[in-house]
Design a protein around this ligand. Structure first.
Ligand code: ATP
Ligand code: MG
Length: 240
């Protein structure tokens, strides 16, 4: 038995988390991902019984006795799924690129929580004169791996400063020359006198599935994945 399968069995046996029924645990984060996942869940016949914005509960039941939702920090979703504490989850591409670890199957781009990962600088900063082989930049970001890789490919030397939020502040108070952050409308950048100078990646959220759970609970998980897939396809047909 693979390591991940025995770990999954251990997690499931300990604490009576998953009992006789082949219970499915879905890991979601509050906010946009939870809201934009509701129509996908509905298509799979799943309706959460509470709204995590109004409830302090971290484990939320659904209309289906065999399905529950756990509310975790967005960047923790891959960890819960990797260790089998959740069977399935939804996480941004930004988060998945920064997460190292095996045992995660990513069958589907759900095309929700769409935005882009960008480099932004204060208005008037001459970014392109630093972005050349041998150049040097101080970058504040939550996305160290993605930022490092982006600048390495350009031969630019970067000093990376890890922040956990309010990235826009860093260049305004001299902590960094530039930031690497997620942007959707651009209004936060504008309000802080910053401009987007480069797009690094397009971001949306993906389904992540524990590989061992996919085998052990195939009969429960497969129809759910297919229902999500049908909604995503019908949404993108509507866009054309
Ligand atoms: P927290 O806000 O609690 O510090 P977080 O920033 O990781 O945590 P959210 O802001 O809820 O959590 O973001 C969750 C996910 O939504 C991100 O990982 C990303 O994929 C996506 N996202 C983040 N910002 C935007 C945005 N401006 N527009 C669209 N999607 C976004
Ligand atoms: Mg946030």
């Amino acid at each position: 038995m693979a390591w991940s399968e025995s770990w999954l069995r251990w997690v499931q046996m300990s604490g009576g988390k998953n009992d006789a029924m082949n219970r499915i645990t879905i890991a979601l984060s509050k906010g946009r991902i939870f809201e934009q996942t509701l129509p996908l869940l509905a298509a799979a016949g799943i309706v959460p019984s509470e709204n995590p914005e109004q409830s302090r509960k971290l484990i939320i039941g659904t209309n289906r006795p065999d399905v529950r939702v756990v509310i975790v920090r967005a960047s923790d979703v891959p960890t819960y799924v990797q260790y089998g504490a959740a069977d399935i989850g939804i996480a941004g591409r930004d988060v998945l690129l920064e997460h190292d670890g095996e045992g995660l199957y990513q069958p589907l781009d759900l095309k929700i929580a769409a935005c882009r990962m960008c480099v932004a600088v204060p208005v008037g900063f001459d970014y392109w004169s630093s972005v050349r082989p041998g150049g040097r930049l101080r970058i504040a970001t939550k996305y160290l791996d993605t930022a490092r890789e982006h600048f390495l490919a350009k031969g630019v030397h970067v000093d990376l400063i890890k922040l956990y939020g309010s990235m826009e502040l860093a260049p305004l108070v001299g902590l960094a020359d530039a930031i690497v952050d997620l942007v959707s409308s651009g209004s936060t950048l504008k309000a802080n006198n910053l401009v987007e100078v480069e797009e690094i990646l397009k971001i949306s959220s993906r389904l992540v599935v524990n590989q061992a759970a996919l085998k052990l609970k195939h009969a429960e998980l497969q129809p759910m994945i297919e229902a999500f897939q049908r909604v995503v396809e019908s949404m993108s047909d509507g866009e054309q």
